[in-house]
Design a protein around this ligand. Sequence first.
Ligand code: NAP
Length: 295
Amino acid sequence: MTSNGTDFERTPGGAVLMNGNKLRDELIANLRQKVEADGNPEICLATVLVGDDKPSQLYVKSKGKKAVEAGLQSRHVGLAATSTQAEVEAAVAELVADPTVHGILVQLPLPDGLDPEPVLDMIPPAKDVDGLTERSMGRLVRGKPGHVPCTPLGVMRLLDRYGVETTGKRAVVVGRSTLVGLPQVLLLGRKGVDTTVTLAHSRTTDLVAVCQEADIIIAAAGSAKMITANHVKPGAAVIDVGVSRTEAGIVGDVDFETVQAIAGHITPMPGGTGPMTIACLMENTYAAYYMANPR
Ligand code: NAP
């Protein structure tokens, strides 16, 4: 790929393929170089997994692997599904107090019967590399320094890397969760990004018409293939965040086959936003080290 974007990989229909695996690898390699240039400080990401949910185990494993590739240290705390609230909180308290741990990620959801809120509340903003605690979200709203949630941040990196114009453009975010949709709206509306954003959800009337007005569609609903060619204005950028596990395998919110024929840019699923979430987690962990150890 060149910086002018003329030879980006394209889909059969001619849309630029926003390759999240490729960009993740670039970001991780850059991070490794930065860590080496800094003299290899010991920057540690701690992951906490409660229970034995298979997809969560896979996510945590791949986060640990990518941390090492980025030149970071990875520490894993695995707790039994039968752990009590107090045991989970004690494990997190230990990581909060440990100066050799710079970023803490508690894999959600926690098993039934455990309340994630008090656990997340324990993580100070500097170590909250997932950016999902109340204090981090408050900082995002207020425009103060802090960690930005990894999935919407990864979407912004994809838009930037693949040269999608944002200033003065219209964007629609489908989904209003605090994990993805809400922070995504804030990031798209920031000064310097400057899109005019519409937040759509399950009560939105005539979603097709709302999406047809958009230059950028970010689908984060978790509803398999709900965004079809019908929703898409020719040339729009379509970013798929949704993940649905179906009998046919993992499926996104976007009907890739039909949409790629009309979109200007499109993410694949898998290989789009998922890898970018992990890359941004590593970037946040690197930044966390320098929050604790200002240069
Ligand atoms: P969530 O908390 O379940 O929120 C889903 C949102 O989508 C809700 O706001 C819901 O509206 C809206 N929605 C659902 N069906 C809709 C429809 N048919 N039309 C319009 N809006 C609809 O989910 P989440 O945590 O934000 O995650 C969203 C998806 O992204 C999931 O599939 C998740 O697995 C995936 N995800 C992917 C990554 C990644 O790295 N790629 C990271 C995180 C999450 P209401 O508010 O009205 O109910």
